[in-house]
Design a binder for this molecule. Sequence first.
Ligand code: NAD
Ligand code: ZN
Length: 240
Amino acid sequence: MDIPLLKEWIASSNKIVFLGGAGVSTESGIPDFRSDKGLYRQKARYSPEEMLSHDFFMTHPDKFYDFYRSNSIHTQALPNKAHQALAQLENEGRLSCIVTQNIDGLHQKAGSINVLELHGSIYRNYCMDCHKKYDLEKIVSSKALPLCSCGGMIRPDVVLYGEPLNSEVIEKTLEFISACDMLIVGGTSLQVYPAAGFVAYYRGSRLVIINKTPTPADREADLVLHGSIGEILGTAVSEN
Ligand code: NAD
Ligand code: ZN
């Protein structure tokens, strides 16, 4: 694995964009979807994709919240070496932005500031009727359906399957990716669109993929590292 080359590129870049997914947080104890231990391997009546869909939320909000509370909310999880390395790069002025498909808030917990959350965040919630905002505690502490003081149902500000992404977030993402001098894509199977399509907006010659398993973008990448993202970024950044 060519970690020295990654290190060299990082050291000579100052507008890095990181595009990441669930694999960035597995070393923090949050399962991804498609790995061996991922949520897709669980045997259940409904698939995670079904249960985290807009239609399922509207038709079975109680079952949605059961699944969501036990599988999507990990308040005890701590940032790992990957989150820490990326926060350090932003701090050093090398990284301009993190684009994440994760909803767990771990990049911010590690100290990252410019984080574009493509799929929203478990920490933001709002009433579907009056739009009053609620924190995560409200979702965790409600026994059944979380209800607003107005009687409306509260929903997480996360993008459910079948819902469109926030267009402003997409716009900013494409701006940052088009302008970056190095694009590091990590911990994502690149199976979920539109995130997977964003890679094509990078026109430079430092496209790096860091993932345990092959991805569809490996072919066009300038450097592919198959392994643990915490180990790889931890090594490449700490010894800069
Ligand atoms: P995915 O499950 O499809 O893919 C994860 C990829 O990461 C896999 O290819 C796997 O090989 C790789 N991976 C796992 N652990 C790794 C590690 N330690 N080092 C390097 N690579 C590792 O996830 P995705 O592409 O992000 O898409 C799934 C969707 O699920 C996303 O929309 C995301 O919002 C959501 N999701 C989010 C969380 C979270 O917020 N932490 C967790 C699960 C799923
Ligand atoms: Zn309300």
